[in-house]
Design a protein around this ligand. Structure first.
Ligand SMILES: NC(=O)c1ccc[n+]([C@@H]2O[C@H](COP(=O)([O-])OP(=O)(O)OC[C@H]3O[C@@H](n4cnc5c(N)ncnc54)[C@H](O)[C@@H]3O)[C@@H](O)[C@H]2O)c1
Length: 289
């Protein structure tokens, strides 16, 4: 059901790789709600992924950009304003990638060049797009920028690796730039901290199926789906949330406020032996993967 919440609004949506992507669901819903927008992804993703199919289906402009490349971002914002016919009202940053996770590097043995890439792609890219947009004065007053985050920015989740550090930085950039952009141009910037969701990026996390089950058991409302995340993003792009800025907004069925649930307790009782520790000949316990 459409409320036409984004009627007349222009946007840019980063990160729709395939139909599982959270950005894909946001794009479909933003379209239903009356928005026009540019779809963008890396040149490689445009070749290997389904982003062009979505652009064709919705009849919207598709512009390649590596979100770590300032020249690409400048071209993207300039072209988007030209093709959409005016300044931008909303931006979705739905981007994450860690070469350390991909290569299976343990958090205590990170490759630092890869860590720099993780931070650049998953967090600093938000700063880059905001800096480019501000210099071009590309975002309208009361415009809204949303980036997707995860609770591993606040709590430790084994296996989430250096993406946790990237999310902490992403949320910090949201506050720091949110102050400046809000003061100067009334642009609001928030992160949505989403439940684990089955997508290409999500499934790359070690033990993702168990994480998904654990989060489901721990959340009184159950895990939030990608579609539900999309509806939440739409409200944040709309004029109904004009005074919300510089926030990390949990969209996780209540998970982030939980300590232990009945369902998780019952599951834990089934197997009290921790499969992740072993005792050596000296009697000391060690973690292993
Ligand atoms: N899936 C989950 O469990 C989950 C939970 C919380 C938050 N998130 C966050 O949601 C966001 C979207 O991820 P998703 O789960 O939809 O997975 P996804 O794999 O569908 O999306 C990730 C996107 O990032 C894009 N990307 C990677 N490097 C890029 C670059 N240099 N420039 C531009 N784009 C680049 C990819 O092409 C892809 O489209 C990420 O920030 C992710 O961390 C995901």
């Amino acid at each position: 059901m459409s409320y036409q919440l984004l009627q007349g609004k222009r946007g840019i949506i980063f990160g729709a790789l395939n139909a599982d992507s959270i950005a894909w669901k946001v794009a479909e819903m933003a379209f239903e709600e009356g928005a026009t927008f540019t779809l963008t992804n890396t040149p490689v993703a445009l070749r290997m992924g389904d982003t062009p199919k979505l652009a064709e289906k919705l009849g919207l402009p598709l512009i390649g950009a590596d979100a770590t490349n300032v020249d690409d971002l400048r071209n993207l914002f300039t072209q988007s304003m030209e093709q959409l016919g005016g300044k931008i009202d909303f931006v979705l940053h739905s981007i994450g990638m860690s070469p350390n996770v991909r290569k299976g590097r343990h958090y205590s043995d990170l490759d630092y060049q890869m860590l720099e890439k993780t931070l650049d792609i998953s967090a600093i890219s938000l700063h880059k797009m905001l800096q480019v947009a501000r210099k071009l004065d590309a975002i309208n007053e009361w415009g809204s920028v949303v980036a997707l985050s995860y609770v591993a920015a606040q709590r430790t989740f084994y296996g989430y690796n250096d993406m946790a550090d990237a999310k902490a930085l992403l949320e910090s950039i949201t506050r720091s730039f949110g102050y400046i952009y809000g003061m100067e141009r009334k642009v609001r910037i928030n992160t949505v901290s989403q439940s684990p969701t089955i997508t290409t990026a999500g499934s790359g996390v070690k033990g993702f199926d168990k994480l998904l089950d654990f989060a489901e058991r721990m959340s009184p409302l159950g895990n939030a789906t990608g579609d539900e995340c999309a509806t939440y993003c739409i409200t944040l792009f709309s004029d109904l949330t004009r005074k919300v800025t510089m926030q990390n907004l949990y969209h996780d069925g209540g998970f982030s406020s939980m300590g232990m649930s009945l369902s998780a307790l019952q599951q834990y009782e089934k197997g009290m032996e921790c499969p992740c520790e072993k005792t050596d000949s000296q009697g000391d316990q060690h973690l292993y993967d």
